[in-house]
Design a protein around this ligand. Sequence first.
Ligand SMILES: COc1ccc2c(ccc[n+]2C(=O)c2ccc(S(N)(=O)=O)cc2)c1
Ligand SMILES: [Zn+2]
Length: 260
Amino acid sequence: GHHWGYGKEDGPSAWHRQYPVAKGNRQSPIDIIPNEARRDSTLGPIFLKYDQCRSLNIANNGHSVVVEFDDSDDRSVVLGGPLDNPYRLKQFHFHWGGKGCEGSEHTVAGVGYASELHVVHWNAVKYKTYNDAAAAPDGLAVLGIFLELGDDHRWLHMITDALYMVKFKGSATDFKGFNPKCLLPSSLHYWTYLGSLTTPPLHESVTWIVLKEPIVVSEKQLGMFRMLQFNGEEEDQRMRMENNFRPPQNLKERIVRSSN
Ligand SMILES: COc1ccc2c(ccc[n+]2C(=O)c2ccc(S(N)(=O)=O)cc2)c1
Ligand SMILES: [Zn+2]
């Protein structure tokens, strides 16, 4: 059927027609206002156990570029912080803007970053499958990492070098041996709040953990993401993949907590 996207007709302002939860009470992303975040001494550090992670493939799903992991056991998990149990690493993907424009989903005191990396984990303790977890209020934990423009990122080339293989929607290729640890900033200090998937089906199933410290990538590296296309190879209309971000949503009755 008529699929959702990021254009004028099928973009974020239209998603509520097919996904009424778009106007729900715990939608993401949000504008994070550091001065209004509640410092919570009960919030411990998060731990990312990625040493045994097994990346499988990199794919263009028509909305972003996604690296998927083997989530058949608890080999790589995020735990601690606001989480009551370990959440299993499933995939990571990015959101970005057009040349020189903002592109992150979360903003900080009204300011956006050039891009945002989402590392998606699911609660395999309570739910049997990822899809079950993705629809449950405590089903997912997504780590959000801001990308700001500066020097080349020393490891991002491992991803940008593979992008030519997944130019079109529906393309995928092997992508083994990649550990997302190399994409983390030095500090794991974070903000956390209860929210949703930022793309349809917009399920209100995400405990968001947004790192305060951005990583630095170059304009050249980020520009490589814009060689990707929203369309499949066979489609006539060529649409450059960019500005694939949802703008901040109403905070409603939520508070954002801050790690120490
Ligand atoms: C049928 O049920 C689903 C469930 C989840 C789906 C999905 C389609 C696309 C993405 N997802 C996702 O898993 C998904 C979507 C958005 C995000 S985000 N941008 O990190 O909030 C993470 C993960 C369909
Ligand atoms: Zn995302």
